[in-house]
Design a protein around this ligand. Structure first.
Ligand SMILES: O=c1[nH]c(=O)c2[nH]c(=O)[nH]c2[nH]1
Length: 292
């Protein structure tokens, strides 16, 4: 039996980067969490501790901050592509890079020049993978919390000796959407694409009369693919944030779908991928990302 080194990567995780762009007195901020990982000819450090090919994670961190000064950060996809390509082109032993960026949203306070309020926990995300000359971009959104107070049913499921769930023709449907979409290429108007994908997903969640969260998930992915030719595949992870009707009968009160208990856990977890059957090969786009 021989023991060998398997796949590996290393980098600096969760660099917190905030930039202020000053246009006269009007400031614009970008608030990012940037993680870099490098891959390549890295057997020596693992097997003997020879670090001659190891670009220190501290250097990777510094590169993130220096790049943010040397040119405008721009869209997270462009920043990630720049960083990833830099690591691969500047270090002989490094043949691949993965750059993950989460963008945290701030809204301007009432038209104020330099004061902002954190809107919600929602994050815009990207995962860029570089392998030699090739690049793949998977962008998305996390913690996009949505709820509809009607237009959702759930019935027709199997009943066995353990089933207690009551069928319903009218329930609250709520979820916190994690969506990732794989782009066909890298020549994309990233900001426009993000805004329109987010908007079509929200519209579909709202408009689609739901017979299951699974059906809603598929409809959301399908709507993105029907409207956005730059996208090859959408992966969605949607926890079913259950809202249970409270039994008010002990108090002599009827509950006509008005009073709910918002349960924290456990939650149903509905996950799936929707893709074009002629989508180009995913290559390394998803490598080491969660399946959904
Ligand atoms: O939309 C739903 N899908 C399920 O699979 C499920 N299971 C469950 O208990 N409630 C629901 N709701």
């Amino acid at each position: 039996m021989a023991i060998v080194l398997g796949p590996n990567q290393y980098g600096k995780a969760e660099n917190r980067l905030v930039t202020v762009s000053r246009n006269g007195s009007v400031h614009t901020i970008k608030d990012l969490t940037v993680s870099t990982s490098l891959r390549g000819d890295l057997a020596d450090t693992h097997l003997t501790g020879d670090n001659a090919k190891v670009l220190a994670t501290d250097t990777q961190k510094n590169t993130v901050y220096a790049f943010a000064k040397e040119a405008p950060v721009g869209e997270i996809e462009d920043f990630a592509l720049r960083l990833g390509r830099h690591f691969v082109s500047s270090q002989e032993a490094i043949t691949g890079a993965r750059v993950l960026i989460d963008e945290h949203g701030w809204e301007r306070i009432d038209g104020h020049d330099h004061s902002f309020v954190r809107g919600s926990d929602e994050k815009r995300t990207t995962a860029v993978t570089i392998d030699g000359e090739q690049a793949w971009v998977v962008s998305g959104v996390r913690d996009l919390v949505v709820l509809k107070s009607t237009g959702s049913e759930f019935h027709g499921y199997p009943k066995d000796q353990y089933t207690t769930l009551k069928e319903t023709n009218d329930r609250i449907l709520a979820t916190s959407v994690t969506a990732r979409w794989r782009y066909v290429g890298t020549d994309v108007d990233w900001a426009k694409s993000f805004t329109e994908i987010r908007s079509i997903m929200l519209k579909t969640f709202a408009d689609k009369h739901s017979l299951s969260l699974q059906q809603t998930l598929y409809a959301m992915g399908e709507a993105v693919l029907n409207t956005r030719p730059e996208v090859a595949e959408v992966r969605l992870s949607m926890p079913n944030k259950h809202h249970f009707l409270v039994d008010l009968s002990p108090f002599g009160l009827e509950n006509d779908n008005e009073v709910f208990y918002a349960a924290d856990r456990p939650y149903g977890l509905i996950e799936g991928s929707v893709l074009r059957d002629d989508a180009p090969d995913a290559g390394q786009a998803w490598s080491t990302l969660p399946t959904f």
